[in-house]
Design a protein. Sequence first.
Length: 404
Amino acid sequence: MSDRESGTLETRGPLTEHEITVLLIDDQEMIGEAVRRMLSGEHDIVFHYCQDPARAIKTALELTPTVILQDLVMPEIDGLTLVKFFRANSRTRDIPLIVLSTKEEPKIKAEAFALGANDYLVKLPDKIELIARIRYHSKGYINLLQRNEAYRALVESQKALADELAQAAAYVKSLLPPLLDGEIKTDWRFIPSTSLGGDSFGYQWLDDEHFAMYLLDVCGHGVGSALLSISALNVLNSQTLPNTDLRNPGEVLGALNESFQMEKHNNLYFTIWYGVYNKVKRQIVYSSGGHPPAILLTGKSPGTVRAAELRTPGLIIGGMPGSSFESGQCGIENYGKLFFFSDGATEIFKPDETMLEFNEFVGELTRPSLPGTSDIDRILKFVRDFQESDVFADDFSMVEVTFS
């Protein structure tokens, strides 16, 4: 179904607290001492001094400062070149850089900004101004670090969630029935969408004459929908509906409706198609609760088939206590093939939002396949070509049953 469930990702705890850490790079020791004294009374600011510009990059990598104060005129290395080096290094490129100069020169200032400096001060600046700029630039950088940390945590959380959903989808698939190849031959495809959905299906012999077939689709997406789907599937597979004749589809849907009322299942409901094949009468008795019809192809031979929609009026399962469900029946001629599916196989849209017409879908079902090819794979290709994508917005579930 196309309804979406909302969910929340697990939180990863508080973000890392970062100290305001200043690294001063200046070859004049008296400048280093002067700045140290300016900051000595600020207990939340950690100060480091590097007198050798040749060690500036290495020191910055070791300390990971929240702001760098850097002189422009130093021996052995030009200050603007050092700015360029800081910005070229992936680990220091985002650290705020305040250039210190002895002169207010617009040309040099412009060049420093062009190379990546964040600020420009004539030394020695006023203590109040220096502390204000250190706090301002550090706050911005710490916010950047925490934002990146939160983003990494989100990516990890989404990856973990995707892995868990993939495992859940694999588990759902493991509960689906094995293929049969005998007097009744089966084929099926279950392709989960990008979100874990609520599709499941099964089939089994009830006795020597009656073969039950069913497919259900829980509203919404997510673990809750999948759990309800599995619960209902297990009830059908284990034949544990109380006081219910499993050969009577209308009675089965009525019992499911009473057992899975929305109020007791987090307001989730499901649709279902349920049919029983009588091999002696070559007849299918069926009932549906808000579900797309099954399509029976039958005729004297594969070349003379007609398509019959097997559907009865019926509400969704879990919608209203006491709801009754009708049963219909349809005979099968010499050749018979049945398709039943979820709406994820038929409610398909092109990129321009044009929806696949149901009669167009049925027309594709009736088209014969080439020898040695799978009907469902042909239909799957048809649907993917229509929507111009291999990714489904909803689970694609389809079962094919051939009656010999």
